[in-house]
Design a binder for this molecule. Structure first.
Ligand SMILES: Cc1cc2nc3c(=O)[nH]c(=O)nc-3n(C[C@H](O)[C@H](O)[C@H](O)COP(=O)(O)OP(=O)(O)OC[C@H]3O[C@@H](n4cnc5c(N)ncnc54)[C@H](O)[C@@H]3O)c2cc1C
Length: 715
C-alpha cells in the first residue's frame, strides 16, 4: 500500500507550464492476481509467435482481428489492421484503445486491465481477443491451462491514496466539442484581459476528447451575420416566423410556455455569432445550409452541417473522414490551450463540486483518475460543466425524469455520461429547468441485433455512417417490422397509443419517432395474415429505416419470404414472442390480456371502417390484425441522452433553486442545461441540429463569460 501524499501544482497566471500532448496518462501500476490471488496458476511457457483472434464491434457488423505477438513468457506487441473499409469500430474512438489500452495490457501483462471509458465495447473485444491469443500460445507452448491465470491480474491503482491539489483559472469538466470550445473561449478571454499566460484546464472521464460530437455533424444557427452579408442582406430564415414556431411548439397543454423564453431569444441572437466565429476565426467548415422557413411544410429552419454536402467528396464521402477532420479541430484547441499554460486530464472523472455556501461561490471540483486512483482537488476561479447529461445513470433517470420515462432506455450516445456532476450540482442547491423531460430519442431499435442471417457486403460501395463497405442483411427484418406504418403498436399495458406513422417516423417538428411518449419500449404486434402479406408483397410501408440501429437493411417492396424465418429466430433469441391467441400473447409480454384484446378489436373496427378515428393514421396503412398465431416484437426508442439539466441565465451561469440568483463561478453548457430551450411535454425540437446549435452557442458564450469572470472583469 502506498503512503498517502498530497502534491500541489499552481497554474495561475505567470509562467507557462508545458503539458503532455493530449492529456496526461496516469502512472501505470503494479498488478495483483485477480481475486486476491485466489486463482491457481502454473508456469507460463508460450510458443513464440503471433496469434490472431477477432471480435465484432459496435455495429455488430465488422470483425476486428487482434494480433498479439508473444515470446516465451510475455506479450510484446498488439496490432489491429488499419484497412478501415473492412474492419473495426469508429476510428476516433478505437484510437483510444491503441493509445491507452494496448500499452496498458503490455505494461501490466494482463487482460484484466481497466477498459477505456467511452470505448467500452472495443476495449472488451480487444481484451477477450488477447485472452484467446494467450490461451492458444500457452497451449502451443505446452503450458498447463491454469497458466492463463498468470495474465488474469487486476492492476493495483498505482496512485490510490495520493491527492494532487491544482489551482487553475477555469476548469471545464467534460470535453465534447462544446467543453473544448468553452476552454478556447475562456482562454482567449483571459489572455485578452490579463495579457499573460492563463491556466484553463479540462478533464474528461473518457480516454479521448470529443464526446458525442465526434459522431455528429449538424448544427442549428439563426442567420449568421457573415452569411447574410454574403447574400446581400437576404436572411436565411424569417426570425419572427421561426421564433413564433418555436414558442408554439413549446407551449404546453395548459397554454403556458414550457421553454425559458429569454434563453430561446438568446439562442436566436447568439447562435449565428457562434457559427461566424467558428467559421471565420477558427477554421471550422460548415455548409449545406437548409434555409427553408415554411414551417408548415418543413421540419428544418436553418441548419449548418459541418462540411458541405457538395464538399463530401473532399472527405471521401465518409463520416469517418469527417470525424477525423473534426478531431483535428478539437486537437488544435487543446494545443492552443496547452500552449498558454493549460492542459487536459483524460480518464479523470469529476464527482464533487467545491462550494462556499457563505459567499455562494463554486471554488473547484474534486476529481479522480479512474485508472490510477489518484485524487485531484482542482481549485478553480470558474467551473464549466459540459458532461452531456445523465442518460448513463438509470437511478438518476428514474428519480429525476417524469415517471412516464422511468426504466432502462436503449442508448446510442455516450453511456459514460452518468450525471455525477449533475448530482453534484443538485447537492449544492443548483436549480433545474425541464430536468424531467423525456430523454432525447432519434431512432427505433431492438433490444439487441438479430444474428441469425449472414451480413452481406456490397463491394465497392461505402456507407457514409460507418465509413466502411456497405452491407445488407435480413437481420433487420424485425426492426423494419417495428418501423413499418402497417404495424399495430401497443404500449407495455397492451394499449394502442398513437399513429404508427408517427411512432416510427415522427411528425412535423417532432421528427424523432414519437414512441418516446410511452417510455423505453413498446410492442409491434402482427397476426399471421399480416406476416404472410409482408412475405408476399414485401415491406411497402417503411419510410425511415432507423439508420443508426440497422445493419444495412435489405431491399424494400419486393417479396420477402425470409420474414417467417426472421420472426422465428427473433422469438428464439428473446426479442419477440409468439402465441396462438391475443390473450396468450399479452401474457407472454407482460401486458394486460383484456387491454390488448380490446385494442385489437378497436383497431380492427377502424380498419373495417377505413378511418383511424383514434389517431389519424392514413387509411392505406390500416391493415387488420387477423387470425393467429400472433407475434409481438419488442421495440425500443433509442436515446442519445437526457436533455434537461440546470437552469441557466444568458451568461450560462447556473442559477440557484430560487431560479434567480446565479451561483458565482458555476456555468453549465450543452446537454447539462439544454432543457431551457425545450418543453417537458416534448422530447426534442427537431428543427435540425438544435442540440449541437445550443451546445456550440452555450460553449461560445459560457466559455467567454467564465474567462471574464476568472479574470475579475465581471460577475
Ligand atoms: C449518433 C448521434 C447523432 C446525433 N446527431 C445530432 C445532430 O445531427 N444534430 C444535433 O444537434 N445533435 C445531434 N446529436 C446530439 C449531440 O451530438 C449532443 O447533444 C451533443 O454532442 C452533446 O454535447 P455535450 O458536450 O453536452 O455532451 P457530450 O458530447 O456527450 O460530452 C460530454 C463529455 O463529458 C464527459 N463526462 C461525462 N461525465 C463526466 C464527469 N463526471 N467527469 C468528467 N467528464 C465527464 C464524457 O466522457 C463526454 O466526453 C447526436 C448524438 C448522437 C449520439
Amino acid at each position: 500500500m502506498k503512503e498517502k501524499g498530497i502534491s500541489r501544482r499552481n497554474f495561475i497566471g505567470g509562467a507557462l507550464v508545458s503539458a503532455a500532448s493530449l492529456g496526461t496518462v496516469g502512472a501505470l501500476s503494479a498488478c495483483s492476481p485477480q481475486g486476491s490471488g485466489s486463482k491457481e496458476t502454473s508456469a507460463v511457457h508460450m510458443q513464440p509467435g503471433q496469434y490472431t483472434n477477432t471480435y465484432v464491434g459496435h455495429w455488430g457488423i465488422f470483425e476486428t482481428p487482434v494480433t498479439i505477438t508473444v515470446n516465451e513468457t510475455a506479450i510484446t506487441a498488439i496490432d489491429v489492421p488499419t484497412d478501415r473499409t473492412q474492419y473495426g469500430d469508429t476510428e476516433k474512438i478505437f484510437q483510444a484503445c491503441r493509445d491507452r489500452l494496448f500499452p496498458r495490457i503490455i505494461e501490466n501483462q494482463s487482460f484484466s486491465v481497466d477498459t477505456i471509458t467511452g470505448a467500452t465495447i472495443s476495449s472488451m473485444g480487444v481484451l477477450q481477443a488477447v485472452r484467446s491469443g494467450l490461451e492458444q500460445a500457452l497451449e502451443a507452448g505446452g503450458s498447463d491451462p491454469k497458466a492463463i491465470n498468470a495474465f488474469d491480474v487486476v492492476p493495483e491503482k498505482a496512485e490510490e491514496g495520493e491527492t494532487e491539489e491544482m489551482n487553475v483559472d477555469v476548469l471545464v469538466v467534460g470535453l465534447g466539442s462544446f467543453g473544448l470550445v468553452a476552454m478556447k473561449r475562456a482562454r482567449d478571454a483571459l489572455l485578452r484581459e490579463t495579457g499573460e499566460a492563463c491556466s484553463v484546464w479540462g478533464i474528461d472521464k473518457a480516454g479521448y476528447i470529443g464526446g458525442q460530437s465526434l459522431l455528429t455533424h449538424e448544427m442549428n444557427a439563426v442567420n449568421p451575420p457573415h452569411l447574410v452579408e454574403q447574400r446581400g442582406g437576404e436572411v436565411l430564415v424569417d426570425y419572427d416566423d421561426y421564433l413564433n414556431t418555436w414558442f408554439t411548439d413549446t407551449t404546453g397543454a395548459d397554454g403556458t410556455l414550457k421553454c425559458k423564453e429569454e434563453m430561446v431569444r438568446w439562442f436566436f441572437d447568439n447562435s449565428g455569432l457562434a457559427n461566424r466565429w467558428l467559421e471565420t476565426e477558427e477554421g471550422w467548415e460548415f455548409g449545406s445550409v437548409k434555409d427553408k422557413n415554411d414551417f408548415s411544410e418543413s421540419n428544418y429552419a436553418v441548419v449548418f452541417n459541418y462540411f458541405s454536402t457538395n464538399g463530401m467528396d473532399k472527405y471521401s464521402n465518409s463520416n469517418e473522414n469527417r470525424r477525423a477532420v473534426k478531431d483535428s479541430w478539437h486537437r488544435k484547441i487543446v494545443a492552443e490551450v496547452e500552449g498558454t499554460g493549460g492542459g487536459i486530464l483524460l480518464e479523470t472523472e469529476g464527482y464533487e463540486i467545491l462550494y462556499d455556501k457563505a459567499s455562494n461561490t463554486v471554488t473547484g471540483v474534486k476529481a479522480r483518475n479512474t485508472v490510477t486512483g489518484k485524487e485531484y482537488v482542482i481549485n478553480a476561479k470558474a467551473v464549466i460543466i459540459s458532461t452531456g447529461g445523465f442518460g448513463g445513470n438509470a437511478d438518476l433517470m428514474n428519480s429525476l425524469l417524469d415517471p412516464r420515462w422511468a426504466g432502462n432506455w436503449k442508448q446510442n450516445g455516450a453511456t459514460q455520461n452518468d450525471g455525477k456532476m449533475i448530482k453534484a450540482g443538485l447537492d449544492i442547491g443548483a436549480g433545474t429547468f425541464n430536468i424531467d423531460m423525456s430523454p432525447i430519442t432519434m431512432e427505433i431499435g431492438l433490444p439487441k441485433y438479430l444474428t441469425h442471417f449472414p451480413i452481406n457486403f456490397i463491394d465497392g460501395k461505402i456507407t457514409a455512417r460507418t465509413g466502411r463497405t456497405s452491407t445488407w442483411t435480413y437481420n433487420d427484418i424485425p426492426l423494419y417490422m417495428c418501423v413499418s406504418i402497417n404495424s399495430f403498436a401497443v404500449d407495455k399495458t397492451g394499449k394502442r397509443f398513437g399513429n404508427e406513422y408517427a411512432i416510427a417516423n415522427g411528425i412535423g417538428t417532432q421528427m424523432p419517432p414519437n414512441a418516446w411518449e410511452v417510455g423505453p419500449y413498446f410492442y409491434s404486434v402482427w397476426s399471421q395474415g399480416q406476416v404472410n402479406q409482408l412475405m408476399e408483397e414485401g415491406f411497402t410501408a417503411v419510410k425511415r429505416t432507423a439508420a443508426y440501429c440497422q445493419q444495412g437493411g435489405f431491399e424494400l417492396e419486393v417479396p420477402t419470404p425470409e420474414v417467417q424465418e426472421a420472426l422465428d429466430a427473433s422469438v428464439e433469441s428473446g426479442i419477440a414472442w409468439k402465441a396462438d391467441t391475443i390473450e396468450e400473447l399479452a401474457s407472454a409480454i407482460g401486458a394486460d390480456p383484456a387491454t390488448l384484446a380490446a385494442s385489437v378489436e378497436r383497431y380492427n373496427e377502424l380498419c373495417a371502417k377505413g378511418s383511424d378515428d383514434d389517431f389519424g393514421k392514413d387509411a392505406e396503412y390500416l391493415v387488420e390484425v387477423g387470425s393467429g398465431p400472433y407475434y409481438a416484437i419488442k421495440a425500443m426508442p433509442v436515446m442519445y441522452g437526457t436533455g434537461g439539466g440546470f437552469d441557466v441565465d444568458e451568461k450560462l451561469r447556473v442559477l440557484k433553486d430560487d431560479h434567480v440568483t446565479p451561483i458565482n463561478g458555476f456555468y453549465a453548457i450543452g446537454q447539462d442545461s439544454f432543457g431551457v430551450l425545450c418543453s417537458n411535454e416534448l422530447n426534442y425540437l427537431a428543427y435540425g441540429g438544435v442540440c449541437q446549435g445550443y451546445g456550440m452557442t452555450s460553449g461560445f458564450i459560457g466559455g467567454n463569460e467564465a474567462g471574464l469572470y476568472a479574470a475579475g472583469v465581471q460577475a
